[in-house]
Design a protein around this ligand. Structure first.
Ligand SMILES: Cc1cc2nc3c(=O)[nH]c(=O)nc-3n(C[C@H](O)[C@H](O)[C@H](O)COP(=O)(O)O)c2cc1C
Length: 205
């Protein structure tokens, strides 16, 4: 099974978001999954110009010449996409949002996409970190992620929100990170996530 993780942290692999993301991906690797991680901070992915050329004159292709094709390549054949980001003013980082806007070029108008005819929808997970330990800070993002997953035709398999993550790895975060690692194993086995783990991961440590 292939997992593609897109990390929108400006700190890339040196950030707190990566610490949280790694716990999940470690679990995936333990079960033999192929894992590809893209650090958006290391790439140039520019703002969508809303020119809609990707729906009209150059269907499926964005006119902006930057590193977007590299990111899309990493998503090819992925059974599971993991979106990772720090919380910035109660939302995902600008880096991640800019990338998501550029997905416009990959599927025409997602509102017009026909429902999947056969098979279960591909899966998606969200992993985020925040400086302050208040779980309610993720409320708006969580609602948005549910709607985004539906728009993209994906099952939102897991949300993991780590408030108070500035000083990770903290000893008190270890049990929660353990649940996250176990979720990675389950994801790689194609299993479901028990309700208890789902709630614990959304609530943070
Ligand atoms: C522009 C900006 C906005 C932020 N907004 C919030 C916020 O609303 N709530 C919060 O708890 N932390 C906020 N933070 C702190 C980060 O979410 C936190 O330090 C995060 O763990 C950093 O992850 P990183 O090391 O992967 O970048 C903000 C940081 C920045 C730079």
């Amino acid at each position: 099974m292939k997992f593609a993780a897109i990390n929108g942290s400006p700190h890339g692999s040196a950030g707190s978001t990566q610490v949280v993301l790694e716990a999940f991906l470690e679990g995936c690797r333990e079960e033999g999954a192929q894992v590809v991680t893209v650090q958006l901070a290391e790439l140039q992915v520019g703002l969508c110009r809303a020119c809609h050329s990707c729906w009209t004159s150059s269907p499926g292709k964005c006119v902006i010449e930057d590193d977007l094709p590299q990111v899309l390549e990493s998503l090819e054949g992925a059974d599971f996409v993991v979106l990772a980001s720090p919380l910035h003013f109660l939302q995902v980082s600008g880096n991640l949002k800019v990338f998501i806007d550029r997905l416009t070029s990959t599927g025409g108008n997602p509102h017009n996409r026909p429902a999947e005819a056969k098979g279960p929808p591909p899966r998606m997970a969200v992993v985020m970190s925040a400086g302050f330990p208040r779980p309610e800070q993720f409320r708006a993002t969580s609602v948005w992620m549910e709607d985004l997953a539906a728009l993209l035709g994906r099952e939102l398999w897991m949300e993991a929100y780590a408030g108070g993550a500035r000083r990770l790895p903290l000893p008190e975060a270890q049990p929660w990170l353990g649940i996250l690692r176990d979720a990675g194993r389950r994801a790689a086995r194609g299993s479901s996530l028990p309700a208890e783990a789902r709630h614990a991961l959304k609530a943070g440590f």
